[in-house]
Design a protein around this ligand. Structure first.
Ligand SMILES: [Zn+2]
Length: 100
């Protein structure tokens, strides 16, 4: 996530701004993990929703969706806890967590 990326509260929405390169990386990161770990249909839906929204930047997220989105942004259980936390996906997750 580059310096020009941001997540801000604006008029009751969480507004996500991303350079196009970051958006493309995030879309790749949001693809379903091919492993056989159990996956939640709800988080898959939430990820699909975000992918749709990313077609047009900036993305406006209703505040009631933030929790579900953060759950959906967590990596697949097969990868275990990520210490580095440096992917766009993880940075976006943390940025959303700092909003409240
Ligand atoms: Zn997996």
């Amino acid at each position: 996530m580059s310096d020009t990326a941001s997540v801000k509260l604006e008029a009751g929405w969480a507004v996500i701004r991303l350079p196009e390169a970051d958006r493309d990386q995030l879309l790749a990161d949001l693809a379903e993990c091919p492993c056989r770990a159990p996956k939640s249909a709800a988080t898959a839906e939430e990820r699909a929703w975000l992918c749709e929204q990313l077609a047009e930047l900036p993305v406006r997220v209703p505040l009631h969706r933030i929790h579900g989105l953060r759950v959906a942004l967590n990596s697949c259980p097969c990868t275990g806890p990520t210490a580095a936390g440096d992917t766009i996906r993880e940075r976006l997750n943390r940025a959303l967590g700092r909003l409240k």
